[in-house]
Ligand binder design. Sequence first.
Ligand code: UDP
Ligand code: MG
Length: 313
Amino acid sequence: MSSPKVALVIPAFNETAVLPELFRRLTAIFDTQPGIAWSVILIDDGSRDQTAAMIQTHCAQDQRFRLLALSRNFGFQSALMAGLDHCSEFDAVVTMDADLQDPPEIIPELVAKWQSGGSVVLAVRRTRAESGLRRLGFDLFHRVFSRLVDLPIERNTGTFGLLDKAAVSAFQQLPESHRFFPGLRSWLGFERAEVFYDRKERAAGEPGQSFTRLVRYAFDGIFSFSRLPLRLLTICGVFVATMGFAVGVFFIVRRLMGNEIAQVGFTTLVTLVLFIGGVQLIGIGVLGEYLGRVYDEVKRRPNYIIKQRIGFE
Ligand code: UDP
Ligand code: MG
């Protein structure tokens, strides 16, 4: 039997600071696993530094490395998608970050779990190195998300993991353009296996995912995997309408029985109007989140544009 072909899909955005170490550590691992035909697909997500050039140089030195350069910065999810779309020839695909927060030393374990029967192997974080506000944000998101969605994503998992051929081809068939990888991976099904690891701080450089990006990513996760916000609006509306009706009946009956209506004060009116107005605006906003996503899907634009391919026949 020929050796299994395993590809690593790694999006990179302004990662010159970590690339040399990434190459070194990956090569070291490949050397310990000669029974596997390794390939690395690095996606340059429109970096503004020398990332693409560095990858290109490395591709020339080592045939196992390939480059997909996108025409501009499309964001992590799209870059990942671009990589997965070029993986049809492989038996298994490992998805990971370039910044070494996902330790490459775990890859052999992922592959071993795949070889013993897992179609989707998840790398599960035992610990997370981030601290402070970022950490709080991640924790809050995961807690809210698991409450909201019908199909929870596995706790403490992120991009890092392995998909076999069948899972990759299923993933390629998903038509939507707002993609939240961990959610979709859990939606796919297939036999699962887990590997545990400790998540590190990024090896060098700055996080390229700005805070607003992460918030948008969180919104994508919630609004494309849950209709609960819409249902909450309906429930809230029914509640307010019922209360309004009851209060209305109460005042009409009092009036008919000849009791004078008490003067409603200015404060009460202002509070009510502002509160109900606010609730309505939130409602329109939530509707807008869904409508905007429908709009994006209807446009059918591709998720990314490839400028250059190196190492692909
Ligand atoms: N990344 C990307 N495009 C972007 C931002 C980030 O491809 O627009 C890559 C980045 O190079 C890294 C991974 O996505 O490999 C995770 O990014 P980062 O470490 O900045 O995010 P965090 O770990 O904070 O989620
Ligand atoms: Mg990172």
